[in-house]
Ligand binder design. Structure first.
Ligand SMILES: *Cc1c(COP(=O)(O)O)cnc(C)c1O
Length: 382
């Protein structure tokens, strides 16, 4: 089976991990800060906080932005559940903004209408999570103007988009947001096994997230309420977690980061080959706006809803490990129990009835891709 996504590990990655295994510190050493510095500098952000996953990054990001009970978090329904769950972790309410039927990202016009209504009803969101679906940035300039007008904070869920760019600048620079979050799960653009990172240009937010990832503990005297009892002294000043990344993971991350640009250009080459092969296919391709360089985490095609299941099954039977991103979050049983139902976000729902993610990863060979194209051609034209 050709998977839809897979990591690419080379000897340098293995050597980097082994070096940490033979060193003094497996965690809380110097490699995590080095990885943070490398990602921050690659993206052009001032601060980066490495954590155990993008899910924990989203959680500490929401907490740092003050999201709590009674507040609203809005995001796209076309995302992994983690982009919405982080709001519930904080005790906040979650709502969604329907997607654009061509880019599959959160639709800014729908956002505007929803904000106008929410303002009248006095339930404006505190935090909006803009998910850069499949690796392509949302229209951040317009979203950040709205954030200014309606005073909400923005988290970019950049888990698909590391290595991508918007208006010529790297995703993660946080020019249009408070915090950007990345994932280093093996199917994502670079990997640390499990792992995540939150980037920001705001030092206070960065320090807050750093405390939250390690139990809410500080050794900074200026934050303490009591005189130090001695050199051992620290204070827990917030309720935090153990969300730390290990140095073993960070070493893999640094090594992977050195190949990020190659990974993303390879993904773009593969995407172009798919697009060229599919010109006459009765399918819809994702529209990539001109000011976006997609990191191409996913290669989604939309087929007719009538044949969706049949096509999907036949591809799987023939060894093409297709997948589906995403089941609309509001239709998950847990979210239905909160009151959501079919028809709430029609564009995300009709997208779901048609979408198929084809294999897309840097290590996908051209011969494997040829096979995907040939099989897809047979299936779709039969
Ligand atoms: C993968 C993913 C996450 C969660 O990442 P983890 O590192 O697995 O916690 C969050 N949002 C989106 C859109 C994702 O695809």
């Amino acid at each position: 089976m050709i998977p839809y996504g897979q990591q690419s590990i080379n000897q340098a990655d293995v050597d980097a991990v082994v070096e940490v295994l033979r060193s003094e510190f497996l965690t809380q050493g110097s490699v995590v800060p080095a990885f943070e510095k490398a990602v921050a500098s690659h993206c052009g952000a001032n601060h980066a906080v490495a954590v155990s996953s993008a899910t924990s990054a989203l959680h500490v990001a929401c907490l740092a932005l003050g999201l709590r009970s009674g507040d609203w978090l809005w995001t796209s329904p076309n995302t992994f559940v983690a982009s919405a769950n982080c709001g519930l972790y904080c005790g906040a309410n979650v709502d969604f903004v329907d997607i654009d039927p061509q880019t599959y990202n959160l639709c800014v016009d729908a956002l505007i209408s929803k904000l106008e209504i929410a303002e009248k009803e006095n339930r404006l969101p505190k935090v909006l999570i803009a998910v850069h679906f499949a690796g392509q940035s949302c229209d951040m300039a317009r979203i950040s103007e709205l954030a200014e007008k309606y005073s909400f904070s923005i988290i970019e869920d950049g888990t698909h988009a590391l290595g991508g760019a918007y208006k010529g600048q790297a995703v993660g620079n946080c020019c249009y947001s408070d915090i950007t979050v990345f994932s280093f799960h093996p199917v994502k653009i670079i990997t640390t096994g499990e792992g995540g990172m939150a980037l920001t240009n705001n030092e206070e937010l960065a320090n807050y997230m750093m405390r939250l990832r390690t139990h809410g503990i500080t050794r900074d005297i200026s934050l303490m309420t009591h005189e130090a009892h001695g050199p051992w002294y620290y204070e827990q000043v917030e309720l935090g977690f153990n969300y730390r990344m290990t140095d073993i993971q960070a070493a893999l991350g640094i090594s992977q980061l050195s190949r990020l640009d190659d990974f993303v250009s390879r993904r773009n080459q593969l995407a172009q080959r798919y697009d060229e092969a599919f010109v006459d296919f009765p399918i819809q391709l994702q529209l990539v706006p001109r000011d976006v360089y997609s990191a191409r985490h996913l290669n989604v095609v939309r087929v007719s809803a009538e044949r969706h299941l049949e096509i999907f099954q036949r591809l799987r039977t023939q060894g093409i490990g297709v997948s589906l991103h995403y089941i609309p979050v509001h239709l998950q049983p847990y979210y239905r129990r909160l009151g959501f139902t079919e028809g709430n976000f029609p564009h995300a729902e009709s997208y779901y009835r048609e979408a198929i993610s084809l294999p897309m990863f840097a290590a996908l060979s051209e011969s494997s891709q040829e096979r995907v194209i040939t099989v897809f051609h047979q299936v779709i034209h039969s």
